[in-house]
Design a protein around this ligand. Structure first.
Ligand code: NIG
Ligand code: FE
Length: 424
C-alpha cells in the first residue's frame, strides 16, 4: 500500500469515533468526536491512530519520521465522505425533461408517457459496456473531487436480465479498477417496462424468479432495492421482491414514500430493510416503526430540490429517533448532482438539520446504511485510511459558504488522490 502518511495539525479533526456499533441517533448525531490540532497516522492503507498533534508526535516519533507528511494546518479533516444511494451506472442525460418540468410538467407524468426512468433505460440498454464504464468512471472522478471515497451504486436502468447484469458488471469492474469503493445494489424493480405497464405481474415474477437468483449467484450485489410508489411497484409487489431477495442473501433497501405516502416506510420496518430512502412523504407511524426496527433513513434533499418538491422532515425524523444519512441520489432524472457537500448544505437549510448532524449523516451513518461501518465512516484505528481535507477553518464554514467545493485533499486507502482540489 506504499508509504505511511502523517496528516498533521488539523484545525479540526473530525473523527466520528464511537458510532461503529450502532448508527448515531438523536443527540448522538451531534457527537463528532472532534480533535483540535489533530493528527492522524496511516500505515498500509489503514488508520493507526488519531490524536492531538503533540501527543501523536511523542508516541509515533520514528514512524512519523518515515512517513510522507501532509500539513492540515488551518483546515478541517474528516473521514472520506460516503454516498449511500446513487444510480451511478447509466447512459446519457435528461436535460430536456428538466426543461419540461420547468414548464410545469410533473416527473411522474413524464415517466408515464415513456420518458423518465424509461428514457434512461433505453439509453442504457443501447449503450455498450465500454460507454457505461467510461461515463461512470467520469462520475467517480467527480465524486472524488467532491470528497467522496465510497459510493453505493444501483442497477435499474436495464430492466431485463441481460442489461441489469451489464450494469452490475460495469459497477463490479469499476470497483476493481477505480480507487473509489463501490457497493452494489440490484434494483431490477426500478420501473415496470412500458409495454407491460398494464399487466405488471409477469415482470414482477421475472425479477423474483429470473433476475434475483442470477444476480445473487454471480455475487454481483449485496442489496436489493425497489421503487415502491403509486404507478410503479405496490407495497405488496415490493414486499414479494424484497422477501425474495432476502432468501438469496440480498439485504432489502427501498425507495419509499417519495412522491406520495404509500406505506413504504412501514414496509421497510416490516421486512427489516437496512435503509429506507427518500421518505419525503413518510408518515409519523412509518417513521416510528423504522426507528424501532433500526432502519437508517437515507434522505436525498437534492432530489426534492431538483423536483421542486417538499423536503423530507429531517428534523422531525432525528427527534423521533431515526438514524438519518444523506445522499446525492445521483441520477440523470431527479438529481444529476455529484456534490455531497451541497446535499449537506440542503440538509441544514431545508431540513432543519445541524452542521454536526449532516456531518454524521454523510460519514458514519451513511456507512451504516450500506453495511460498511466496520471499515469506513470514521477515523479510528484499523479503519480504512480514507480521508477528506476541506480548506475551511472550521466545519461550520462548509455549509455557510454554500455552493462551492471546499475539498482540498482526498486520501483513499492512504494514497493522496486529490491535492489542492485537483486530481493527481
Ligand atoms: O431515486 N425514484 C426513483 N428513482 C430515482 C430516479 C431515477 C430517474 O429519474 O432516472 C430516484 O429518484
Ligand atoms: Fe434513487
Amino acid at each position: 500500500m506504499g508509504k505511511a502518511l502523517f496528516i498533521s495539525n488539523a484545525a479540526q479533526l473530525i473523527t466520528m469515533a464511537d458510532h461503529t456499533e450502532q448508527p448515531a441517533k438523536k443527540e448522538a448525531m451531534s457527537h463528532l468526536n472532534l480533535i483540535e490540532n489533530g493528527s492522524l497516522l496511516i500505515e498500509d492503507g489503514k488508520v493507526v491512530e488519531v490524536g492531538r498533534d503533540d501527543d501523536m508526535r511523542d508516541k509515533y516519533k520514528d514512524r512519523i519520521q518515515a512517513a510522507e507528511h501532509l500539513d492540515a494546518s488551518g483546515k478541517v479533516v474528516t473521514p472520506g465522505l460516503v454516498d449511500p444511494h446513487t444510480h451511478l451506472v447509466h447512459a446519457g442525460t435528461r436535460e430536456n425533461e428538466y426543461a419540461m418540468r420547468l414548464q410545469g410538467q410533473s416527473y411522474m407524468d413524464i415517466m408515464s408517457a415513456g420518458g423518465g426512468i424509461h428514457a434512461t433505460t433505453r439509453a442504457t440498454q443501447q449503450a455498450g459496456h465500454e460507454q457505461l464504464y467510461e461515463e461512470s468512471w467520469e462520475r467517480l472522478q467527480q465524486f472524488l473531487i467532491h470528497g467522496v471515497t465510497t459510493v453505493e451504486a444501483k442497477s435499474g436502468y436495464g430492466l431485463t436480465l441481460e442489461h441489469e447484469l451489464k450494469q452490475l458488471e460495469v459497477a463490479h469492474e469499476l470497483q476493481a479498477d477505480h480507487p473509489v469503493d463501490i457497493v452494489s445494489t440490484f434494483m431490477g424493480a426500478h420501473a415496470i417496462p412500458m409495454d407491460e405497464k398494464d399487466n405488471p405481474g409477469p415482470f414482477v415474477n421475472r425479477v423474483i424468479d429470473e433476475m434475483i437468483p442470477v444476480v445473487a449467484e454471480k455475487n454481483l450485489a449485496e442489496f436489493n432495492d425497489v421503487f415502491c410508489e403509486r404507478g410503479v411497484f405496490t407495497p405488496d409487489q415490493s414486499k414479494r421482491i424484497l422477501e425474495a431477495g432476502k432468501k438469496y442473501g440480498l439485504t432489502p433497501k427501498i425507495h419509499a414514500d417519495e412522491i406520495e405516502p404509500y406505506e413504504g416506510s412501514e414496509l421497510a420496518a416490516e421486512v427489516g430493510a437496512i435503509s429506507a430512502d427518500h421518505l419525503l412523504k413518510a408518515s409519523d407511524k412509518g417513521i416510528r416503526e423504522m426507528a424501532a426496527a433500526d432502519v437508517v433513513g437515507v434522505l436525498l434533499p437534492g432530489t426534492a430540490f431538483f423536483l421542486m418538491a417538499e423536503f423530507a422532515r429531517g428534523r422531525h425524523m432525528i427527534d423521533a429517533g431515526l438514524a438519518v444519512a444523506l445522499s446525492t441520489d445521483q441520477n440523470p432524472g431527479s438529481s444529476p448532482t455529484i456534490s455531497l457537500p451541497f446535499i449537506m448544505n440542503l440538509g441544514c437549510l431545508k431540513m432543519g438539520m445541524t452542521p454536526e448532524e449532516v456531518m454524521t449523516a454523510t460519514t458514519i451513518n451513511a456507512a451504516h446504511a450500506i453495511g460498511r461501518a466496520d471499515e469506513i465512516g470514521s477515523l479510528e484505528p484499523g479503519k480504512k485510511g480514507d480521508v477528506t481535507i476541506f480548506d475551511v477553518p472550521n466545519h461550520l464554514t462548509l455549509s455557510y459558504k454554500y455552493g462551492m467545493n471546499h475539498v482540498d485533499t482526498v486520501v483513499k486507502d492512504g494514497q493522496v488522490l486529490v491535492a489542492g482540489g485537483q486530481l493527481q
